[in-house]
Ligand binder design. Structure first.
Ligand SMILES: *[C@@H]1O[C@H](CO)[C@@H](O)[C@H](O)[C@H]1NC(C)=O
Ligand SMILES: *[C@@H]1O[C@H](CO)[C@@H](O)[C@H](O)[C@H]1NC(C)=O
Length: 881
């Protein structure tokens, strides 16, 4: 017994120490036999609560390790054959109903109590292994292939080449595919490029800034990337080792992205947008991971990495609704609060490639996050590619594949790629531009960078994007965001940008609606609500002007794809939040789903916000129940001194109500807060039946409720399930003790010091009795690294079965065959024969030269892409969750 205790303490100490150094020695996972979960427990002043938790569940829960980088969060495992696993699940973790939740079941009451009543316990987050999806290039249509032929026929011997020649001479660029990198200088369609050379001439090449590419690895041995590779910011979460080597045969995605950002100016392939900056690789896409690993990945190397470039997300199939787990959200928040010396890490996310499936990035919780800059795509003719997803979270667009052309970049194994594309290829270009921007003004916070995006981007295709002129005086489109990035323009705009004041936020009450509409053949039925916000409401929360807004909703629906939702601000700007998705047949509705919009940037926030939920036409058979919503405004504070550190688990609506009742004392509801009859003379959506003229107040606050007054103008009403009153709609649950604490790393330090003394001794004892696991592990890794490239999974039947929230089929994953070296090489060659032109023997695009035979392989490859892409596209397995 004592031995056992010492053993577990030793493991605990050694692991905690190791994770403190960010060396991430995470024990190997056994998903077949174990469940894994994260326990958020208060260890800010002592490790006792954790030790008590470990001890009181000995034999059931096994302590694994601390979540790397996140204080107070610890991973435990539980054997699947343990009876307790029947009731175990999430607790207080903001998970909605159908996720696995810790249940109080007959015969298990005491176990339940023992778990949830543990001293200092805040939450338990259940984790399923999942695979996040690369935004792969989309296959080329017949039409586009023809288009591409005409591109290739284009004679490259005219005046349009002059800027290319000039840049090569001025900057001594000898990279063979530089002339093909049209996103840098576009000779065929002048102006349709990122306009970066002007910055390069000024010596701005990204120096001093590091971008981490979170993806399927980074070929740091590549001649084109080696010199710019930053090892300290890199980690492989799939293999639990420090270098993100692309091991699987199809691990080329991250390397291609990295090349766009940081390919070295030399004689290999092309150059990166920020070729003087550094790149790091964080590998997470090459196998199943759990949300603690995802969380660690998204804040890995916080002291080194400035920007995280993410070209992945939930499946873009037009029917997935998925968001990061609470642990992951906490990681992103920590990263924007503490990264870049408090100025905040920059997250860049690709908007998604589901455009052809009518997918929208508002159904993706990563692009939808206020902490990420969502990047859409335009092609080399400046057109909107059909694959690129639009939504109210799109901030900017930049260049990628379409109209038959692709992005030309570095590839794995010292090859070059002429086939990179999708929004996957757009996000890294944006990340590269941001690297230049941060070099020009390192003082920018994560929010300042979003401001300069909105202020300096160049609207494109103004006849097409349904542009609206926003409060900033800038044009905004759901398709193009604030326009395309112009590197020169944003760099010079940013140079003189003065930092905005810190962030403040306003949470409305959770407004219970409880009304139902039914779709029919002709008419669009609408449930419309008005939320009035008064100047005082924002003053009390110290909010001066709006940047991001979010709307968290509960909507039940028989067909989720037929739910429409939009928000109209007092200023008159419309955000399309839920758009119709023809293939989304889910009946799961939206449970605590948060939509986000950047279209209201610069508004005061004061006045009537109109929220509308409506049916599609024809919409026969679809029933929609709008249950509740909560509007949150995030923006610049009035008084910088009064700002606080944001805590995602806090109910700021309750806090605001407290402040208001404190201030207003006994005063009841001010009649001015209640809107009168709302006239819905919306042009695009006719209102079906007669409107109720009654004015209902938010039914949720029995006490003083000066805000959140709503006027109801809906057609019908019903009273099925209501979500409970004033609790936060995201289900972020607050713990009695853990109120506003902001956990800095200070306490971790003390904590380690205290433990170090005991730990050191115990570890030594521990080491004596066990063969050093480190040494054998290291040996094995080395072998794996050299010989053990695992072939991809067999995905031939991996299309999901209609359940939009698939978890990974582990059986299939575990059964994957390991092949001999020979088989591996064969697979590799077969796969890459078409896709990877070699820069050694491939004829390069020569200025002034003629197109020669050597171009043929490349051309052929592009044409054959459809089969390749279909293949790999299926191959990407499951979405997250
Ligand atoms: C593109 O860069 C040049 C300098 O190289 C600059 O003069 C021009 O204004 C830039 N374009 C835009 C739209 O800002
Ligand atoms: C950044 O901030 C420092 C100190 O606050 C200031 O001295 C410097 O001029 C600023 N740099 C830029 C580019 O604004």
């Amino acid at each position: 017994m004592l031995l056992r205790y010492i053993f577990s303490l030793a493991t605990f100490v050694s692991i905690v120490l190791a994770s403190g150094q960010q060396s991430a020695r995470i024990p190997k996972r056994d998903y077949e036999n174990n469940h894994y979960f994260v326990v958020d427990i208060d260890t800010s002043s002592s490790s006792k609560p954790l030790k008590d938790f470990i001890q009181s569940h000995q034999g059931d829960f096994k302590f694994e390790h601390q979540v790397v980088g996140l204080d107070d969060h610890y991973v435990f495992s539980l054997r699947k054959d343990n009876a307790i696993s029947e009731i175990m699940g999430s607790y207080n973790a903001g998970q909605s109903d159908d996720d696995r939740v810790l249940h109080k079941r007959d015969g298990f009451e005491d176990v339940y109590d023992k778990v949830v009543k543990s001293n200092g316990l805040r939450s338990i987050s259940w984790m399923e292994p999942k695979r996040l999806k690369k935004r792969l290039p989309v296959y080329v249509t017949e039409e586009e292939a023809q288009d591409f032929d005409s591109v290739k026929r284009f004679e490259a011997v005219d005046a349009s080449q002059k800027p290319i020649v000039e840049a090569m001479e001025k900057l001594a660029i000898n990279d063979p595919i530089f002339p093909e990198q049209w996103h840098i200088i576009n000779p065929r369609f002048p102006g349709h490029d990122i306009n970066v050379t002007g910055l390069w001439y000024e010596g701005i090449t990204g120096e001093g800034i590091v971008t981490a590419i979170i993806d399927d690895g980074l070929d740091y041995d590549s001649e084109d990337l080696k010199a710019n590779f930053n090892k300290d910011g890199s980690w492989d979460f799939n293999e639990n080792t420090n270098l993100p080597f692309p091991r699987l045969f199809d691990d080329y995605h991250g390397t291609r992205c990295a090349g766009e950002i940081g390919a070295v100016k030399n004689d290999v392939c092309g150059v990166g947008v920020a070729y003087g900056g550094k790149i790091a690789g964080i590998r997470i896409l090459s196998g199943p991971i759990t949300s603690d690993q995802e969380a660690s990945a998204l804040m890995y190397g916080l002291k080194v990495n400035d920007i995280y470039s993410c070209s992945w997300g939930p499946t873009d199939d037009g029917r997935t609704l998925s968001q990061p787990d609470l642990t992951v959200k906490k990681a992103m928040i920590k990263s924007v609060q503490e990264g870049r010396d408090g100025k905040g890490s920059v997250y860049v996310f690709a908007s998604g490639n589901g455009g052809r499936a009518m997918d929208s990035c508002n159904f993706d919780g990563y692009t939808n996050s206020i902490y990420s800059i969502t990047v859409g795509a335009v092609d080399y003719k400046g057109l909107h590619p059909t694959y690129a997803e639009a939504c109210s979270a799109v901030m900017v667009v930049t260049y990628s594949s379409g109209s038959g052309e692709h992005i030309h970049t570095t590839d794995i194994k010292n090859k070059c790629s002429a086939a990179h594309g999708g929004t996957s290829a757009a996000a890294p270009i944006a990340a590269g531009v941001f690297q230049l921007v941060l070099q020009m003004n390192p003082n920018l916070t994560w929010r300042d960078l979003q401001y300069v995006c909105a202020m300096s981007s160049v609207p494109i295709n103004e006849q097409d994007g349904n542009y609206q002129v926003t409060a900033l005086g800038r044009k905004y489109s759901h398709k193009y965001g604030y326009g395309k990035l112009d590197a020169y323009a944003i760099g010079h705009f940013a140079k003189t940008w003065k930092n905005v004041k810190p962030q403040a936020w306003y949470y409305s009450d959770v407004i219970t609606v409880g009304e139902t509409i039914e779709g029919d053949k002709e008419e669009t039925k609408v449930i419309s609500k008005i939320l009035s916000i008064k100047e005082d409401d924002l003053k009390i929360v110290n909010l001066e002007r709006v940047e991001h807004i979010t709307v968290t909703v509960n909507i039940a629906a028989t067909l989720r794809g037929k739910v429409g939702m939009r928000l109209t601000s007092p200023f008159g700007i419309i955000s399309d939040l839920a758009t119709f998705r023809p293939v989304d047949n889910s009946n799961a509705g939206f449970k605590d789903w948060t939509f986000m919009s950047v279209a209201h940037w610069g508004e005061s926030g004061i006045g009537d916000w109109k929220v509308e939920v409506f049916t599609s036409t024809p919409g026969t058979g679809s029933i929609i129940e709008f249950q509740s919503f909560q509007l949150r405004l995030f923006g610049e504070s009035i008084d910088a001194e009064k700002t606080e550190v944001y805590d995602v688990t806090k109910d700021y609506a309750a806090e605001r109500r407290d402040k208001q009742s404190e201030k207003e004392g006994e005063i009841g509801v001010d009649p001015h807060h209640t809107s009168d009859v709302i006239s819905l003379s919306s042009t695009s959506i006719p209102i079906a039946s007669e409107q109720s003229t009654s004015v209902t107040k938010a039914p949720i606050d029995d006490e003083v409720n000066p805000t959140g007054s709503i006027a109801s103008t809906s057609t019908t009403s019903s009273s099925s399930s209501f979500i409970s009153g004033s609790s936060s709609a995201t289900g972020d649950v607050e713990d009695d003790e853990g109120k506003t604490k902001h956990y800095t790393s200070d306490h971790t330090g003390q904590y380690f010091m205290a433990l170090a003394v005991v730990g050191f001794l115990v570890v030594i004892i521990f080491m004596r009795f066990h063969k050093s696991p480190g040494s054998s592990r290291r040996r094995r890794r080395r072998e794996e690294y050299e010989f053990d490239i695992i072939p991809g999974e067999d995905y031939t039947d991996s299309e999901d079965d209609g359940n939009e929230e698939d978890s990974l089929d582990l059986g299939r994953y575990n059964n994957q065959r390991r092949t001999s070296d020979e088989e591996r090489d064969r697979l590799y060659d077969e796969f890459n024969a078409d896709t990877l032109p070699s820069y050694e023997d491939d004829g390069m695009f020569k200025i002034g030269g003629e197109e020669d035979e050597d171009h043929k392989p490349e051309q052929k490859h592009t044409k054959e892409e459809p089969s390749e892409e279909v293949n790999t596209d299926e191959g990407e397995g499951q979405s997250s969750k």
